[in-house]
Ligand binder design. Structure first.
Ligand code: C2O
Ligand code: CU
Ligand code: CU
Length: 483
């Protein structure tokens, strides 16, 4: 099933996954850099973006990390449907890289969302694409996508928001809300922490002890009393899941990965797996004061990250920082400020249509296996990723159902490029509301049915687990969309 050559390939990529996150100093106090925004002018967003391995400000310290334009997170890019996006990219990293535009509905070919490109150290490349006029408004992002190095480069710091402003932003109640972006990202800044990112850490998916929001520790956000706050949240972590709760405040979900849902849905907490986004409205309806945005415990590895390996002979601290730790962490603090006239929640958002029946159903199995001498390999339908022939061929302008079965012992967030899908059911239970998604959690033992309309763009692209170590270790496959 898996031949020896593949084992060697995989094990080489693991061995070369040297951690680039090394703290050069944690004594220098530096002001955290707030992300710069770059918006389109006329109908063109023209940006110079440089990936480098250099000293940056992070969590109130200076550390040597990977960044775009020296900022963590990278600059926030903003465009409108119909705009052309041109990114003059330069790779100043000591290793090859590339760019992926996570969630955008644009061609997977040429110099658009082409994850098969390889930009060598010192090279420049101009990405250019036009957002369709009917592109949904929403919270998207960009990050490197060179197979074998994705986890290392994203964990090292490379990620930025890409916002498409449109219809959703024009709804009056949403326009009246204050807007706050939240990029969730964990880091391992001290060497002890970096050391445990060894074999096992990588197999489970590396996690760092430092939980940052927009590159800061526990930043403060404000909400006007009586007002509305729109939180636009991205999980840009390599592996960490976030189970988010805002003390004493319900969360009114208004958008998911692919943009608006049909009407707000009240939630008490939200689970955000790597790659996923949510937009949430918060009402300033409590007593003025401070409320914590919490990350509640969640076990994504079926106890593998704790138990013997974590608390046993390897020492309590080894795996003690994984997301299945038993304690909650504070991510940010919400503070009330001056009273405003009470703002209502929107009743109606943008309708998510029900999709017609699928013309074809396929089944995908997610699992991992032990390989001699190298531990776990991660598989889709029993195969690790191999560059070349497509694993799945679909026809443009058709609708398919994919039944994704996780037969393994860890959770896997499944992600598809280029086309959004709707989750139809989980273990045959229908989803409570319709939403456009590009990443969805498939829990261990679960079968998730998604419905995908393949629209507009033929070409080759990929689907994969968004625990990026799993992706690098094989849990990815090539999709060809045929015209
Ligand atoms: Cu955000 Cu293929 O990735
Ligand atoms: Cu993606
Ligand atoms: Cu996975």
């Amino acid at each position: 099933m898996i031949n020896r050559r593949k084992f060697i390939t995989l094990s080489t990529s693991t061995a070369s996954a040297i951690l680039l996150t090394q703290c050069v100093s944690n004594s220098i106090k530096a002001k955290s850099s707030n992300s710069v925004t770059q918006s389109s002018v006329g109908n063109l967003l023209d940006v110079d973006l440089e990936a480098s391995f250099d000293q940056v400000n992070i969590a109130g310290k200076k550390a040597k990390l990977l960044s775009y334009n020296g900022q963590i997170p990278g600059p926030r890019l903003e465009a409108k449907p119909g705009d052309t996006v041109r990114i003059n990219f330069t790779n100043k990293l000591p290793q090859p890289t590339n760019l992926h535009y996570h969630g955008l509905h644009i061609p997977p070919t040429g110099n658009a969302d082409n994850v098969f490109l390889k930009i060598q150290p010192g090279e420049s490349f101009t990405y250019e694409f036009t957002l369709p006029k009917n592109h949904p408004s929403g919270t998207f992002w960009y990050h490197p996508h060179l197979h074998g190095l994705v986890a290392e480069q994203v964990f090292g710091g490379l990620a930025g928001l890409l916002i498409v402003r449109g219809e959703l932003d024009e709804i009056p109640e949403i326009q009246a809300a204050e807007e706050q972006f939240i990029v969730l990202k964990d880091f391992a800044l001290n060497r002890n922490q970096a050391n445990f990112q060894g074999h096992m850490g990588i197999m489970l998916g590396r996690e760092g002890e430092l939980l940052t929001v927009n590159g800061e520790l526990n930043p403060n956000f404000s909400i006007p009393q009586g007002g509305l706050l729109r939180l636009r949240i991205l999980n840009a972590s390599t592996s960490r899941f976030y189970r988010l709760k805002l003390e004493e405040h319900p969360l009114y979900l208004i958008a998911t990965d692919g943009g608006s849902i049909s009407e707000p849905v009240e939630l008490s907490e939200v689970l955000l797996t790597p790659g996923e986004r949510v937009e949430i409205l918060v009402r300033g309806e409590r007593e003025p004061g401070q409320y914590r945005l919490l990350n509640l415990p969640y076990d994504r590895t079926g106890g593998m990250g704790g138990g013997m390996m974590g608390g046993g002979m390897m020492g309590g601290g080894m795996m003690g920082n994984r997301s299945n730790t038993n304690t909650s962490q504070t991510l940010a603090t919400l503070t009330y400020n001056n009273r405003v006239e009470t703002l209502p929640l929107p009743k109606q958002l943008i309708t998510v249509p029900e999709l017609p029946q699928a013309q074809k159903t396929r089944r995908l199995t997610l699992n991992h296996g032990m390989a001699p001498g190298m531990g776990m390999v991660f598989l889709i339908n029993g195969q690790p990723f191999e560059m070349g022939n497509p694993d799945t061929v679909v026809k443009l302008n058709t609708i398919e159902d994919w039944e994704i079965a996780n037969t393994g012992t860890m959770d896997h967030p499944f992600h598809l490029h280029v086309n959004d899908f709707q989750v139809i059911s989980r273990d045959n239970k229908p989803e409570p509301y319709r939403a456009w998604k590009d990443t969805t959690l498939v829990r261990r033992g679960e079968v998730v049915r998604i419905r995908i309309p393949f629209k507009d763009f033929p070409g080759k692209t990929v689907y994969h687990c968004h625990i990026l170590d799993h992706e690098d270790l094989g849990m990815m496959a090539t999709l060809e969309i045929q015209a």
